[in-house]
Design a protein around this ligand. Structure first.
Ligand SMILES: O=C(CO)[C@H](O)COP(=O)(O)O
Length: 156
């Protein structure tokens, strides 16, 4: 079973979202791309442009078992991460370097990676997105007990 991946952006991140959509369209690790991007004619009626709606929508899709992961863009990556983290059970992080991208999965078991179109170059964003999709959290690792503290706190 491949990754069911949500891609989303507000108007300040849509160019990068569309680039990642193109880059990952034929990635064999992905079984489905759910594009909740801005200005899409087929976007759900309740879809709204500002970043809070993007982050919450992506978080809800993962929470509800309709997606596995999400890569989201806004100007900084911060707003979409804050929004996604408001959804129970979601761990979203903003990362613009390889080490943080790696640890977001291996240490924190994040389901959401966010980046800022005004912060990172597009080629690096593309590389980081591909790297991130290659990491898998190890539930037998020493990090698992720490992640469990988070999920226990939420009651998830
Ligand atoms: O970067 C953003 C939020 O973190 C967003 O793309 C722009 O937000 P704004 O500065 O409030 O317009």
């Amino acid at each position: 079973m491949g990754i069911r991946l949500v891609l989303g952006a507000d108007e300040a991140g849509v160019d990068y979202k569309d680039r990642i959509l193109k880059d990952l369209g034929s990635d064999p690790r992905i079984s489905e791309i759910i594009d909740i991007g801005v200005n899409r004619s087929d976007a759900p009626e309740d879809f709204t442009k500002p970043y809070p709606y993007v982050g919450i929508k992506a978080g809800e899709l993962i929470r509800d078992g309709k997606a596995d992961r999400a890569i989201l863009f806004c100007g900084t990556g911060i707003g979409v991460a804050i929004a996604a983290n408001k959804v129970d059970g979601i761990r979203a992080t903003t990362a613009h370097d390889s080490f943080s991208v790696e640890r977001s999965i291996l240490s924190n078991d994040c389901q959401v990676l966010t980046m800022g179109q005004r912060v990172v170059g597009v080629e690096l964003a593309s590389r980081l997105a591909k790297e991130w999709l290659g990491y898998v959290f190890d539930p037998t690792s020493a990090s698992a007990d720490k992640v469990k503290v988070l999920t226990d706190f939420e009651g998830c």
